[in-house]
Design a protein around this ligand. Sequence first.
Ligand code: BDP
Length: 708
Amino acid sequence: MCVLAGLALAPAAKAEDGHDLWLRYRPVEGPARAPYAAAGTAVAPTARTPTLSIAHAELERGLSGLLGAAPMVAEAGSRDGVILIGTPATSPAIAGLALPMKDAGDEGYLIRTVSIDGKQTTVIAANREVGVLYGVFRYLSLIQTRQPVDRLAIASAPKVGLRMLNHWDNLDRTVERGYAGQSIWDWWKLPDHADPRYAEYARANASLGINGTVLNNVNSKSLSLTAPWIAKAGALADVFRPYGIKVYLSARFSSPIEIGGLKTADPRDPAVKAFWKAKADEIYKVIPDFGGFLVKANSEGQPGPQDYGATHVDGANMLADAIGGRGVVIWRAFVYSHEQPDDRAKQGFSEFKPFDGHFRDNVVIQVKNGAIDFQPREPFHPLFGAMPKSNLGMEFQITKEYLGFATHLAYLGPMYEETLRADTLVKGKGSTVAKVIDGSLDGRKLTVMAGVANIGMDRNWSGSHFDQANWYAFGRLAWDPEASTRDIAADWARLTFSNDQRFVTPVVDMMMVSRETLVDYMTPLGLHHQMGRSHHYGPGPWVKGGERADWTSVYYAKAGADGVGFDRTAKGSNAVAQYAPPVGACFANLKCVDEKDLLWFHHLSWDYKLKSGQTLWDGLVTRYSRGVAGVDAMGETWADMSPYVDAERHGQVSNFLKIQRNEAQWWRDASVAYFQTFSRRPLPAGEKAPPLSLEAYEAMSFPYAPGI
Ligand code: BDP
């Protein structure tokens, strides 16, 4: 009785746990509803192929959720307001319309308002069935975000061919750098039991146009390439196939030894070649549309061709030959070795640039956005634009390993956009990273954008509600690397929370500054790699010693009595020389370099004068504090949003913002305490001294930090 009474009094915004992501299809209410009701809720019969059945069901689900109408089936042309979906091959009615289908490309779609037998009809048409599914999601999102749908003339096609998630999921269901619970792959019960989450996962990704997923960690185990595990991957591939998603596997380079009984994994050895060819054949028997291999080789202790005196080209091409025309080999450029004393930022370029033009056509070199490692801010990787005769793919990190795990609110759209819009200048102005990635700069056909997934078993998938926005933004940018991340944020906020402009405007503003706020309190002015050792949680600017210098913070900040920063000019490591001359010259020139990258490229005295007129020391401290104040501002904005968000989600975001506030303060205090031991200067006026001693910050330990 009591429970029922409580339910009856429930507030208008019903509790939500975030599981529905941006696909909530909550009813359109009030006057906004009428135009949509007129535009149509009747869906014409659709050919019942696996993919078109999913598209049809999604349309019915969306319309009935949004407009409340029981979807009616009506023939196109039988009345106004019918929606017709399909391909020219599956629908004679669509074929008869003679639409400019080439505008839809291979995977895209057209959405058009047309007249059929004098009746207004909405057509969602594509050349391939998966394009119809993408078009259905787009159509529904128009209603979800309250845009008109009565005179549509949309054509959209992805600019990047392979739009992929990389899961760093282990076979025991832990997730390397995962902050959203266990891996969603319940390997133990596969292949016999397919958890319903797999189809939900595929649906969510298809709604963004993501068309590939690497199931297992780049730090991989050979076991995943044995028959029982191939069968498990095959069961997942069967679920994903109708959603247009291909399965890929990370391949451990030493597998010929570990599971093939060979004494070597030398890529030039005929037995090794035969092993991989047979392995590929075995996989293709189970997964006929297998996407291919992702390989981390000779990086951070992983095996690779260099173990045998062979090269990345030998390794990648050998695997590419084993796969043949059936798929691709994605070979990561994230390589560095502690035996190599040179600046770690230079090593990827130094190892790969000389091989430009040597890789097979079905090899893609996957390059992280920056030259170190997914830091809160990095200048774009110098390999972009430097290998015009090779397929170069982008690797972004969606999971926030270095950006506050799941509890810091940081919308990564602007970070991705910053890299994608960076101008390499290799072919003059406008040679942006986006144009390298979409292949247009160098006429490359095989194009890739990959994101390291932030998905786990948490009900809200991503560990926090706002981290869903990073998955969403990644997918949208993979479709169109030149899209505006402000527009993407606005769409996401509307889809996920509310269309009320009193919500959308402040929340989008908050999202757009959130990553800069985080940079301020973690690594202002181009500092990088200052986090805690190994788990990467919290500040650790004092981290030094241990197995390798380039895993320490002191290697990167080089703080001393004389100043702070990593000199990458000609006087230092000369990493600037890896960029096209005008770009490198600008980075090297204190008058030209953007202050946001200052200490990435320069080692400067504590008294160096910033553009503001402040000294470097004062500017550093005030930026840390500005970051903390920025989190306060986010907390205030969010507090005002309670009328527009259900209490459950509002409460979780509020709590996380409190965690973020405390940790931002900790970052600021610990960093100030540490750097002050070198600057030996007082804090600028009005700045509070850190409450604890440096030793106290250094002594903090976090043995159970997640993600390792
Ligand atoms: C680093 C992560 C590590 C990954 C590595 C990679 O800390 O867990 O294995 O990147 O990308 O940032 O291979």
